[in-house]
Design a binder for this molecule. Structure first.
Ligand SMILES: Cc1cc2nc3c(=O)[nH]c(=O)nc-3n(C[C@H](O)[C@H](O)[C@H](O)COP(=O)(O)OP(=O)(O)OC[C@H]3O[C@@H](n4cnc5c(N)ncnc54)[C@H](O)[C@@H]3O)c2cc1C
Length: 300
């Protein structure tokens, strides 16, 4: 099917579309999708929920020759359990991740973070894999995926490979996916019994994070036994706040010890200055939000 810049479908019902012309295919298997993408060469692009890609096409910031729509591939949807991991299909919508019982039981941080993404309309269309593949530094799901040591399963003409979250995000809107590869699923180790919280600071009019902090924590008899902290929008890629993690572990789950640990939130970060916030304000936010997120996760 060809969607033209000026005419779609029946010429008697002419209707202008804004993007440049592109071919459109909607395969039903991952293998067919990979083949279609390979045939398109460098100009092919994957379409998931379209929440980020369609605005880009409408503004003609991208003009792919072919769109490979993944929405008709059943294998890419849903959450399953595999041993010590849960596996989230890349085309699982934000709405479904939010409500999934396995996610809530074993990766609560992801469910809570997804609750904060955009609005109900976007959460019904936008996908877990699309948000991660898009790699927007303000995207909320990147830091939790990093903090939880998620693993990304990619499929291309050379077969499948797994990439840890720490190697997946390379730069602003840039991942280590090779041309022609599709994100099939994300494997998340189980954090059963861990508490969690995602705290973000955003403008009232839009949900995008100026800074966000993802915390997952395990306490034993009032002491913090394990902690994982990921930061959103404190660099071109999500950052793990290892200094905070080190400072939290072994401490009582109290407001005082958490406030002290949160002071290390900006270590190893390189926040940018933009129209929303400058680097100094982002640094301040990272400390304050880390304290709030860790206290909420610790229940104090
Ligand atoms: C009004 C609005 C508000 C938003 N607010 C927030 C927010 O507060 N927080 C937040 O985190 N996000 C927010 N988003 C973004 C939202 O989360 C999107 O759903 C997400 O960024 C992209 O997901 P998608 O499924 O729509 O992907 P698409 O838009 O279809 O694709 C995005 C990009 O990823 C690529 N891609 C998608 N899936 C795959 C795959 N499986 N394999 C390889 N490449 C793939 C596409 O080729 C494209 O380049 C907002 C979006 C809108 C429109």
């Amino acid at each position: 099917m060809l969607a033209d810049a000026g005419v779609v479908g029946d010429p008697l019902r002419r209707c202008a579309v804004i993007p440049a012309a592109f071919d459109y295919v909607a395969p039903t298997t991952v293998d067919d999708a990979v083949r279609s993408l390979a045939e398109a060469g460098e100009d092919g692009k994957v379409l998931a929920g379209g929440q980020s890609l369609l605005p880009v096409l409408r503004m003609r910031l991208a003009a792919p020759s072919k769109l490979v729509d993944l929405s008709r591939i059943p294998e890419l949807r849903g959450v399953r359990e595999e041993g010590s991991s849960i596996v989230i299909g890349s085309m699982t919508t934000h709405y479904d991740v939010q409500r999934d019982a396995l996610v809530r039981e074993h990766a609560l941080l992801l469910a809570l973070t997804t609750d904060t993404v955009a609005d109900p309309q976007v959460r019904h269309r936008g996908t877990f894999g699309g948000a991660l593949a898009h790699a927007d530094p303000a995207g909320d799901l990147l830091a939790p995926a990093l903090a939880l040591d998620a693993e990304f399963v990619l499929s291309g003409m050379d077969g499948r490979r797994k990439v840890p979250a720490a190697e997946f995000f390379v730069d602003v809107f840039t991942t280590s996916m090779r041309p022609g590869e599709i994100l099939v699923e994300v494997r998340v180790p189980k954090y059963t019994g861990w508490s969690a919280h995602y705290e973000k600071f955003n403008r009232v009019a839009q949900a995008w994070s100026m800074v966000g902090v993802a915390v997952a924590m395990r306490t034993e008899s009032g002491t913090i036994a394990e902690a994982r902290v990921g930061l959103t929008n404190m660099a071109s890629v999500p950052v793990r706040a290892r200094g905070v993690e080190e400072a939290l572990v072994g401490q009582p789950a109290s407001a005082d010890s958490i406030r002290g640990a949160a002071e290390r939130a900006a270590e190893g970060t390189s926040p940018t200055s933009d129209g929303n916030a400058d680097a100094e304000f982002r640094t301040h936010l990272a400390k304050v939000l880390t304290g709030r997120a860790a206290m909420a996760a610790a229940g104090v």
